[in-house]
Design a protein around this ligand. Structure first.
Ligand code: GLU
Length: 462
């Protein structure tokens, strides 16, 4: 069997969102899990709507998610000469023909068809046939080139998601594949690219299902067998609409900035239209081991931010502290905070209660910048009754020999015993003073990550 070759072919006409990037994840995973190649192709022929900024988000987003490509990025705009050469070949072989029907004539045709309750379609006026006399070529009109679609019979394929699909050729009219100025049109470029790039499996959104029979016919006209197709159902947003930039979908890179881990995103996106039994949390390696085209979901998947956060939280727990620290440091750096060698341990202590690295950075901040609890927390926890105990703790801590968790725990115990207090009665006010909030992991572990001086300084603000 030949090597698998898949591709992701985004149009850079808007910032790529999660729904789009899932169409990159599956072909990438299929290539990786079958030892094949994954090709990136930027479909930038819509000059008015394509932007470099959108290309940048595609490249950055894929790099961030680790969806590495083996070839490309190819840019369709750089392949125009190739498309024109193929067009010229096709014209020489009689596979395409010039059509001089004007826009006004096409409109009139469409109106007649609609009035007769027929499906609007090109009627083949300019399609040459043996013995047929074509109308006189109008002067000064640049023709479009139309593809001679086969007549009769069906175009069929076994879609890896949707099953067998059959379209009657009579439903397909002769597609315009070059505009009057000679520029090739979308469906034609896709086929030339998929042939030249040796694509074996096209895995893409099901908004392209209608293009597929036309593309298959062009493949065959060019003497090639079409690839295997898998058309992925739409990704819906939380409101149940098709996810799109217009209704608020975020660019993929924003999830990086909001503190999501690439492996968690891959995990979440993988499950958005594919399953492996009941497995919800898995590593990238497991995903690649398990992925195939046989368990792609058939119905639309709905984005769920709460679930994404939960998946991210699970991955944060699984991620080594040393790996989390640089990510957290990046968020801190945005606030001008320079972290230090304590950061991995801080991550270890707090990561279980965080669903993003931004939330984790929020905890870490208390170790590097001033904290101030809310007035409500101060009023509730810093009562006159407890101040003497806080002062006693500060004194004890100043005197412990070694500044470590065990010594701090012992000091706390002594103060509790001496003052006749229960742990929360002292721990809450101390947390409010030192961390700025009454809810934290175990107090001795938290304090041990501060310097002794910092703890005492903060306890003195009681
Ligand atoms: N450029 C197309 C899009 O962004 C994808 C074409 C394809 O995958 O065949 O929707």
């Amino acid at each position: 069997m030949s090597k698998t070759r898949t591709r992701f072919a985004p149009s850079p006409t808007g910032f790529i969102h999660l729904g789009n990037i899932r169409s990159a994840l599956y072909p990438w995973a299929f290539a990786r899990s079958t030892g094949g190649d994954f090709i990136l192709r930027i479909e930038d022929t819509d000059l008015e709507r394509s932007t470099q900024a959108a290309v940048d988000v595609i490249l950055e987003g894929m790099a961030w998610l680790g969806l590495d490509h083996d070839e490309g990025p190819y840019y369709q705009m750089q392949r125009m000469d190739r498309y024109k050469a193929v067009l010229a070949d096709m014209q020489a072989q009689g596979l395409v023909y010039p059509c001089y029907m004007s826009v006004a004539e096409l409109d009139a045709l469409r109106e007649r068809q609609m009035a007769n309750k027929e499906k609007p379609r090109y009627d083949g006026t300019w399609r040459p046939e043996p013995g047929k006399v074509l109308p006189p070529v109008p002067e000064g009109v640049q023709p479009v080139l139309r593809f001679r679609n086969p007549q009769g019979g069906v175009v069929a394929w076994d879609d890896k998601v949707k099953g067998r699909i059959e379209i009657r050729n009579d439903e397909l009219d002769d597609l315009v594949i070059a505009r009057p100025d000679g520029t090739p049109t979308y469906n034609f470029c896709v086929v030339v690219d998929d042939i030249d790039m040796g694509i074996t499996h096209v895995i893409r959104g099901d908004d392209h299902v209608n293009n597929t029979p036309r593309q298959i016919n062009i493949f065959r006209a060019l003497g090639k067998e079409p690839p295997v197709y898998a058309h992925l159902p739409t990704v819906l947003n939380e409101q149940g609409e098709k996810m799109s930039k217009r209704n608020g979908a975020k660019p993929v890179t924003q999830y990086r900035d909001e503190g999501f881990l690439p492996d968690a995103m891959v995990n979440y996106l993988a499950r958005l239209g594919w399953s492996h039994g009941d497995d919800e949390i898995f590593s990238r390696e497991q995903f690649l081991q398990w992925f195939n085209l046989n368990h792609l979901g058939r119905s639309a998947a709905q984005f769920d931010e709460a679930k994404l956060r939960w998946v991210n939280a699970q991955h944060m727990k699984m991620t080594p502290d040393e790996a989390l620290a640089p990510l957290v440091a990046q968020h801190l750096a945005k606030e001008g905070i320079v972290a230090d060698e304590r950061l991995p341990a801080i991550c270890g202590l707090f990561k279980d209660r965080c669903d993003t690295t931004v939330v984790l950075a929020g905890w870490a901040r208390a170790f590097y910048a001033d904290v101030r609890a809310s007035d409500a927390d101060r009023a509730q926890h810093l009562t006159d009754a407890i101040r003497p105990a806080v002062a006693a703790l500060a004194q004890k801590l100043a005197a412990v020999a070694a500044w470590d968790k065990a010594a701090i725990a012992a000091a706390i115990k002594e103060v509790l015993a001496a003052q006749g207090l229960k742990m929360p009665q002292l721990a809450m006010p101390v947390r409010v003073l030192v961390m700025g909030t009454p809810q934290t992991p175990s107090l001795d572990a938290v304090l041990a990550l501060f310097s002794r001086e910092k703890v005492i300084e903060r306890l003195k603000t009681a």
